[in-house]
Design a protein around this ligand. Sequence first.
Ligand code: PLP
Length: 372
Amino acid sequence: MPENRRVPFFDYPRLFSSQQDALTSVMTEVLSRGAYIMQKDLREFESAFARFVGCRHAVGVANCTDGLQLALMACGVAPGDEVILPSHTFVATAGAINACGAVPVVVDSGPDHMIDVSTIEAAITEKTRFLMPVQLNGRVADMDPMLKLAAARNLTIVEDAAQALGASYKGKQAGTFGRASAFSFYPAKLLGCFGDGGMVVTDDEAVAAQVTAMRDHGRSPEGRITQWGLNSRLDNVQAAVLHHQFRSYEKTIEHRRGLAQRYDEGLSGIGGLVLPPGPAADPERIDVFQNYEIEGDRRDELKEFLGEHGVGTLIQWGGQPVHAIKELAVRGDAPNTTKIFERCLLLPMNQLLSEADVDHVIAVTREFYDAR
Ligand SMILES: Cc1ncc(COP(=O)(O)O)c(C=O)c1O
């Protein structure tokens, strides 16, 4: 019988209480300086972020959804342009495209739940201008064939790297494959803040300058309004807090990969389960495990059983991949994604979890499949 333990899917209060003293002192210091909007704390965090990801520019924005929109706009998206994205993503990816007056077109995902590059070609029309791969669950998609296809069909890649800070593919980090990319600092993300936050990265000087102006009402470095823009600045206090958390980010990744390895060993061999590729499955990739997304027989019963034993789980996107949101009527098809969503489930995976928490999830899952 598994022990009596509570493993919430994500413990939001603990995100703060586990480091309350350090966070309070960072915030107090910034607030006492009156440094609320676009101050040195933001600039310092942007520089550290760009260095870590391995790109020339990082521009803090209010959230990743705005970041994707600004990245597309800075890369020259025009109304009516078609942008291809996987259906297995948050509606935000499609929403950012729609907000530019462009047309999102979804394609399918493969067995590892990442965009299935072989389904892209058939979705390309004379209006297709961009590919927006989603580096889902802390993993990088198959970028070699995608880069080849993009070059052959003259398409610009803008990456949705919301879930993949620090993930890599063949030695290159998520966020460095596209002309521009965006990351999310939503509280439950790998690097989370205490509200909303995001970052656009790029090697392209002109794109960086455009995003920098557009996130601040279209203002030039001299403070003159030179174009239309938004108010989408990353708050300075959030930037200071993020920079503080970022200093131990390598440890965060190590911890998550350790937990994934534990799940991989503890859950392997259960007939009704399909596990995500483990941390050592592919020498070409470093996964950072934003999520641990399994597929399971009788998924809804499993979810309920885990809940009864104190384990919080989540079906990503509330069970609605983009093509399944009837009200939005997004173009494209994703039959394999439909199948994935009959079986997929996120088990708890975050930096606040202990090995004992993961062992509890494993024990309850084993009991479920052993008993039936
Ligand atoms: C894949 C993906 N894209 C985009 C977003 C949007 O990020 P944000 O909430 O920072 O706008 C998220 C966050 O939930 C996400 O997971």
